[in-house]
Design a protein around this ligand. Structure first.
Ligand SMILES: [Zn+2]
Ligand SMILES: [Zn+2]
Length: 146
């Protein structure tokens, strides 16, 4: 049964997006616009993504629906608080994460959305760890740590 409250949230939130793992078994439906968008060059983000930084969007938990099986693992971030990544048990792609630093919110790796027009990041965390060749647009705020 869909509660009236959920319908009201959907209507107010407007746009819907779906983040997906590699095999399609795990999907996350996102309603409305992200509360925050950032990139992060901390060592954990580099290791987790296999790239020079992660590009993430933050949504309020009530605007998010997870469909499919997933497993989660929790690690301590460089700022000393836990971050929990949830991934598809079949293909291993992480599709969402939670963080001790952001209660009530859920993070989505933007690459899981296949949407090249997605809003740009506002901040670059751990810019002190960025690879030497990486230059981001000047209006993205650089933050040395977190
Ligand atoms: Zn998968
Ligand atoms: Zn990071």
């Amino acid at each position: 049964m869909v509660a009236d409250r959920d319908i009201a949230l959907n209507l107010r939130a407007g746009k819907e997006r779906i983040a997906s793992c590699g095999c399609g078994g795990l999907k996350v439906t996102l309603r409305g616009e992200p509360a925050d968008v950032y990139v992060c060059s901390c060592q954990d983000c580099q290791r987790r993504s296999g790239g020079a930084f992660t590009y993430a969007a933050i949504f309020p938990e009530p605007n998010v629906t997870v469909t499919g099986e997933y497993r989660s693992w929790r690690r301590n971030g460089e700022a000393g608080r836990w971050i929990e990544n949830s991934f598809c048990p079949d293909c291993g792609v992480a599709v969402f994460f939670h963080s001790e630093a952001m209660p009530g919110l859920i993070g989505i790796p933007v690459g899981c959305l296949s949407e090249s027009e997605f809003p740009r990041p506002a901040r670059h965390y751990w810019s002190s760890r960025k690879h030497h060749w990486l230059e981001l647009p000047a209006d993205i705020l650089l933050i040395d740590t977190q």
